[in-house]
Design a binder for this molecule. Structure first.
Ligand code: SF4
Length: 335
């Protein structure tokens, strides 16, 4: 399976070519209740403990193949994420350098990370090489953090994570974005209102990132007790952020799911090695709608459905409905 996949349709960044520096089975320092990769199988709190990680050479080899197949001017960003927490790969910094050498400086390189390892100097050094760092931050207090992110073992507490994000911000020259997942649960917990929301806003005022992404787990894959917030709720939360930030004289741009939407852009391919394999590469990392896959692979909706029907028939993928929309997901996920 290739370490390079997609491009995936992203509401935040548009056409995003993915690089997976972990590969399966899912390896992470968290076990978030909304994780679309399912439960964390390999629970590792430190990059020093990772034995088998994706090599720089493997990423380079796979990316070279993509460069021959996809018109890079139709890609908006290159994103490091995939089957777990990318900062667990100790070669992350070298890999970004190699990718930049291969594709040039035109396409921004984005890192999606859970921020838990930023307290390590080496990890911050690796992370600082990215043009954009999207750091996950879902909670403003320890109780909400433990409920939503379920950190593994003796992982950092929330205060340490906040302080190390601030440290990274001082050290990096790229953009710092915070992604927050707003959600409800069937057992009454939510980070969408009350003191839980107030604490979160105050924490983000303190960090003052360039952008705050107000997101919700709208794709299938998380715990059954997790329910997404509605777009109206997200707009209300965005207004609260604006009020508080204005009062404090701070400024961060807000990107709101359902309002800011960069999906729906077609990618130009010069050739396809194997459309079913490309679909599987995508669905192994995230559930997708047929329309998004058609745009990403630059093929017709009809051809996408034909391929999906074949993969369904072979028992390799499943269909799931989430938020009233039909998603496809690899049966063999990174779990
Ligand atoms: S959502 Fe990200 S940080 Fe959370 S468990 Fe999944 S891979 Fe790890």
């Amino acid at each position: 399976m290739s370490t390079v996949y997609g491009p995936v349709p992203s509401w935040r960044f548009g056409r995003s070519l993915g690089i997976d520096v972990i590969m399966g089975p899912k390896m992470c320092t968290f076990n978030c209740i909304y994780c679309q990769l399912g439960k964390t199988v390999v629970k590792i709190p430190d990059p020093g403990e990772v034995k088998n990680y994706v090599s720089v050479e493997a990423v380079e080899k796979h990316l070279k193949r993509y460069v021959n197949e996809v018109d890079l001017s139709s890609i908006d960003v290159i994103t490091f994420s995939g089957s777990g927490e990318p900062t667990l790969n100790p070669n992350l910094g070298k890999t970004v350098d190699r990718v930049k050498r291969l594709i040039g400086e035109e396409t921004p390189i984005v890192l999606l990370t859970n921020s838990s390892l930023f307290y390590k100097d080496k990890v911050r050094e690796n992370v600082s090489k990215f043009d954009v760092v999207v750091a996950k931050f879902d909670a403003g207090d320890e109780k909400a953090y433990r409920t939503i992110n379920r950190p593994i073992g003796e992982m950092s507490n929330l205060e340490n994570i906040k302080e190390s994000i601030k440290k990274l911000k001082r050290e990096m020259s790229g953009k710092l974005m915070i992604q927050t997942m707003f959600l409800h649960t069937t057992f009454g917990f939510t980070n969408c209102d009350g003191d839980t929301l107030k604490n979160l806003i105050n924490t983000l005022i303190d960090i003052e990132p360039d952008v705050i992404q107000i997101d919700t787990p709208y794709r299938p894959g998380g715990e059954k007790f997790v329910k997404p917030a509605s777009v109206d709720e997200l707009k209300t939360i965005a207004r609260k952020f604006e009020e508080y930030f204005e009062k404090e004289g701070r400024r961060s741009d807000l990107w709101v799911f359902g309002v800011h939407d960069m999906r729906g852009r077609k990618v130009s391919w010069t050739k396809h090695a194997s459309i079913p394999d490309e679909i599987m590469g995508l669905l192994k990392r995230r559930p997708c709608r047929a329309v998004d896959m058609a745009d990403s692979l630059g093929i017709s909706y009809k051809e996408t459905l034909e391929n999906l029907r074949e993969l369904l028939g072979r028992g390799l993928i499943v269909e799931k409905t989430s938020n009233g929309e039909k998603y496809y997901q690899s049966f063999i996920r990174c779990v």
